[in-house]
Design a protein around this ligand. Structure first.
Ligand code: COA
Length: 161
């Protein structure tokens, strides 16, 4: 089951994100983004009543009136990986993102994984950001033309970018 994260999930989310990445950095990033009010959309996958996966889309500061989101991080409990939870979380977050006002989403991740959801490095070519030079930097337009014009984005402070 995929649902919106609640305050009561926060401790479990920390554990899942920390376990997925094998270090606390990304779990701390989630807490910092939340505390700074930069989280746009946060979903959890629940299995047997426990948080098994988590995804966050946070705001980007763009030189545009449209809202752009950063998908990061995506985490699934190690024992439950490769069973489609990550894909279900990603698809659900991308489906909901337009309702939260997101015209487009950026991600820094493996193109082999994120390509399946429609993210491409080509779409990110018009985006100026600290990660623009990386192959892993990919974009997905949720509104037509979202990445058609040059766009400059700044990441929220917790990213340290
Ligand atoms: C990446 C991650 C979220 C995927 O979730 P998942 O539920 O295991 O993945 P799914 O079942 O939806 O998809 C499985 C596919 O993902 C691939 N995959 C798993 N982990 C991956 C990783 N770290 N990088 C790239 N691909 C990965 C698998 O090889 C598999 O590919 P296939 O469908 O071509 O066989 C999960 O493995 C995870 O939490 N990894 C550690 C944290 C991380 O690296 N997060 C992503 C960066 S933000």
């Amino acid at each position: 089951m995929i649902r919106h994260a609640r305050a009561a999930d926060h401790a479990a989310i920390f554990e899942v994100v920390e376990a997925a990445f094998g270090r606390p950095d990304e779990a701390q990033l989630v807490e910092q983004l939340r505390a700074a009010g930069d989280a746009v959309l946060e979903l959890v996958a629940v299995e047997d009543g426990a948080v098994a996966g988590h995804i966050l889309i946070s705001r980007l500061w763009a030189d545009s009136a449209a809202l752009y989101g950063a998908l990061a991080p995506l985490s699934v409990t190690p024992a439950l990986q490769n069973r489609g939870l990550g894909a279900a979380l990603t698809r659900s977050a991308l489906e909901q993102a337009p309702e939260f006002g997101c015209a487009g989403v950026l991600v820094l991740g493996d193109p082999a994984y994120y390509g399946r959801f429609g993210f491409t490095n080509a779409a990110a070519k018009a985006v100026r950001s600290p990660f623009s030079h990386l192959e892993a930097f990919q974009a997905l337009a949720l509104e037509d033309g979202a990445f058609a014009q040059p766009l400059s984005v700044t990441y929220p402070d917790p990213f340290g970018a």
